[in-house]
Design a binder for this molecule. Structure first.
Ligand SMILES: [Zn+2]
Length: 199
């Protein structure tokens, strides 16, 4: 990379396959909301994927996935109720010390996403035991950044988080989902309500 390229943290790697777009098997190239091209330097964005896992057959289905530029992410975030956002923040801080987690992982020089996504960040459940989870990361151009992310959140924690949200926020999430995803009926059958961890 060129020396003019800087990131908000100094720990980063090329975006690993786990965060590629499923249909192309390549990194996400555009923001789901404004279609901005993402793979240029100094271009922060987030990726979120919801995965359903069949533990018996060891198979996974992607329920939804997207990349979203930070501008769109912040715009959506601003529309959500402050009560919901405060509740989620409290839920996180009551369960995990994100700074300490990051320090520990980096101190041990663990710059592989497996080290960051092997267990539910809230409950500690191993990924191999989760029937449903979401995985999220923060990126800049072609790189994944080790910030508070990447992490995974398992189904039990996801359900607890959803219960903390106001009806207004749940409505916003449903609206976002309906606008951007039209999963085939088979996939839609796999889950009851869309759950998002980043908004
Ligand atoms: Zn955007």
């Amino acid at each position: 990379m060129s020396s003019s390229e800087t990131h908000i943290v100094k720990e980063y790697i090329k975006i690993p396959k786990a965060f590629y777009a499923t249909d192309t098997d390549k990194p996400f190239s555009n923001c789901i909301s404004c279609d901005k091209y993402l793979l240029l330097p100094n271009n922060p964005y987030v990726i979120e994927k919801a995965i359903k896992q069949n533990l018996e057959y060891n198979t996974t289905d992607v329920i939804f996935e997207y990349a979203m530029c930070m501008d769109c992410y912040q715009n959506i975030n601003e529309t959500l109720s402050s009560t919901s956002k405060a509740s989620i923040e409290q839920y996180f801080s009551g369960n995990v010390d994100l700074n300490q987690r990051r320090d520990t992982l980096l101190k041990n020089n663990l710059l592989s996403i497996n080290d960051w996504t092997s267990n539910c960040i809230i409950k500690g459940t191993p990924i191999s035991e989760l029937t449903e989870y979401q995985i999220a990361c923060q990126c800049d151009g072609e790189y994944l950044l080790f910030t508070n992310m990447p992490f995974i959140i398992g189904n039990i924690a996801l359900d607890e988080m959803m219960q903390l949200l106001s009806n207004q926020t749940i409505g916003e999430i449903r609206g976002f989902y309906d606008k951007f995803f039209s999963p085939d009926p088979d996939i839609k059958k796999l889950f009851d309500e869309p759950k998002f961890i980043l908004i």
